[in-house]
Design a protein around this ligand. Structure first.
Ligand SMILES: Cc1cc2nc3c(=O)[nH]c(=O)nc-3n(C[C@H](O)[C@H](O)[C@H](O)COP(=O)(O)OP(=O)(O)OC[C@H]3O[C@@H](n4cnc5c(N)ncnc54)[C@H](O)[C@@H]3O)c2cc1C
Length: 497
């Protein structure tokens, strides 16, 4: 059974609903479909396992792959045995990636979505709190009921939705577009608010996800794990097998917490810092010779020489000469083109203080490595400029105080339950490590005019420090709308349409 969600909205009636995971789809051998279409009936086992089993054999069996699939289809139980032996016996795990599942996930808290989407080898499309005016749905987890705090929590959520509506109304009356008003008003809502999403994931990642979610401190997240297993496990039992969390999953951080108690309270090392009311971005580390490395690997890749001489050659170039190499390599690119793979050879690490609303967007960049602390009330809250302009900042501070009181009732800021009460405005520290290629992608999307202001602020602050660190290879950073003209002009000058 999944966590109960509370639906106070009049239209749908008062009461609890259960979070739901529905298996929306999975891949099957196309010839099974054709047989069904041709009146052959539905076979006893309809499963993606046969494709994994057939592909697993390709490496050692010279039989045509179509024939391997046919054999797998006709002998599903044998295919399952073969998966068990090859995937788990031999450790040839990547063959489980040929089985892919789609899930509808509804009535799940924003907090649990954070846990879910921390699994990067999957695809998510999520209801946006930017574009959709929110219903008054929230999760009331079993722990809060067991702690006897259900009534105060419901009352807290009712006050939060009241503030959200008031903020939407006040911002709209101050002349703001209703959609934008909703976008900013959501900063006052707690992370217990529900969302819905579609998720696509392969069997290998799914097995890992089920195991990791099962070790989570929140029952809502553990129940998601059970639900995934319940709906997908029977479809591909030979690929989703080892789902019990072990000691490593359950106790990974405990010894570290003990060891870290001795940590002195000194701030992070002095990297270049960009700070403002919305966010604080500090570059903690970057490749000191990132430009040299990227240009050298680009040059070395196209001529038959070692990397050493290429590095020495780039080191000897002036900034203008390096810029010429960079321009020749990126000539003809459009704002939609990714930077070449060589841009992955320069990396950087940031410490970023950001709101939950901004984190909800930053976490979607799967090619970055992101780790977080819990939300920390001592970092304050992010108050949208529109709220200041409408003289409603006190309203948000009142919401923060209310969240604080609720968190105290739930066991204090270090309790895992606190996350349900904290607001989209609450902040946390994140560490983000990424390479320059991925940062270009993030910058194009998140510095662009379509991006939401909070994540745009973060991306712009990051961009400023990256341009200082990589003055040549970072010189084309910027949102699509910011660099479109510059890129066209460069191409025009180079005689490329
Ligand atoms: C203006 C705006 C509005 C948005 N609105 C919504 C919304 O309403 N709902 C919502 O859910 N999301 C929304 N997003 C998030 C968006 O869909 C992306 O999840 C997010 O921007 C991260 O981008 P990415 O997936 O390209 O990046 P990353 O995950 O960092 O991936 C980088 C690149 O790697 C490649 N890649 C990574 N994983 C895969 C994969 N599995 N298969 C193929 N290629 C892959 C792609 O080339 C990708 O561009 C919005 C984003 C923006 C900028």
């Amino acid at each position: 059974m999944l966590a109960a969600s509370w639906r106070p909205s009049g239209e749908r009636g008062l009461g609890y609903v259960m979070a739901k995971i529905v298996l929306a789809g999975f891949n099957i051998d196309y010839e099974v479909l054709q047989d069904i279409r041709n009146g052959g009936g539905v076979p006893e086992f309809v499963t993606p396992e046969t494709i994994s089993a057939a592909y697993a054999r390709i490496s050692r069996d010279p039989t045509d792959v179509g024939e391997l699939r046919r054999k797998s289809r006709n002998e599903v139980l044998k295919a399952r045995q073969s998966n068990a032996a090859i995937v788990f016996g031999m450790g040839h795990h990547s063959v489980a990636e040929h089985a892919v599942f789609n899930f509808d996930i509804t009535d799940v808290s924003r907090l649990a979505i954070e846990a879910l989407e921390s699994h990067r080898l999957a695809s998510y499309t999520e209801k946006s709190q930017r574009y959709i005016k929110l219903d008054e749905d929230f999760v009331l987890p079993a722990e809060i009921e067991q702690a006897g705090a259900a009534d105060p929590f419901r009352e807290y959520m009712a006050r939060s939705f009241f503030r959200y509506r008031k903020l939407v109304d006040a911002l709209t009356s101050s002349g703001m577009d209703e959609k934008l008003a909703g976008e900013d008003a959501r900063y006052v809502l707690p992370l217990a608010v529900t969302g819905q999403l579609g998720m696509t994931i392969n069997a290998r990642s799914l097995e890992h996800l089920i195991k990791r979610l099962a070790s989570h401190p929140l029952s809502e997240v553990r129940e998601l794990s059970t639900a995934f297993l319940d709906v997908a496990g029977p479809v591909a039992p030979s690929l989703i097998r080892f789902v019990e969390p072990g000691h490593y999953d359950l106790h990974r951080y405990e010894a570290a917490i003990e060891a870290a108690r001795a940590l002195p309270t000194i701030p992070a090392s002095d990297g270049p810092m960009e700070t403002g009311p919305e966010s604080t971005v500090r570059m903690i580390a970057c490749d000191p010779e990132g430009d040299v490395f990227i240009l050298a690997t680009l040059v070395q890749g196209v001529i038959n020489r070692g990397l050493g001489p290429a590095i020495e050659w780039v080191r000897g170039l002036s900034t203008e000469e390096r810029m010429k190499v960079f321009e020749s390599i990126t000539a003809g690119m459009s704002i939609h083109d990714p930077m070449p793979r060589e841009f992955e050879h320069a990396g950087m690490t940031f410490e970023i203080i950001m709101s939950a609303a901004a984190f909800g967007q930053a976490k979607r960049h799967r090619m970055a490595s992101i780790t977080t602390q819990p939300y920390d009330p001592s970092l304050g809250i992010t108050i949208p400029k529109s709220v200041y302009a409408a003289s409603l900042a006190n309203f948000m501070i009142e919401a923060f105080d209310d969240a604080h009181r609720m968190v105290d009732l739930l066991g204090g800021p270090s309790s895992a339950l606190a996350g349900y009460a904290w607001l989209n405005a609450n902040r946390r520290r994140c560490v983000m490590t990424l390479n320059l290629r991925e940062f270009y992608h993030m910058s194009r999307l998140r510095e662009d005019g379509h991006a939401q202001w909070d994540i745009r602020d973060i991306a712009s602050r990051m961009s400023r420090t990256v341009k200082r660190a990589f003055p040549v290879c970072g010189s084309l950073l910027g949102g699509k709308d910011m660099v479109r003209d510059a890129i066209r002009e460069r191409n025009r000058k180079a005689g490329i349409d």
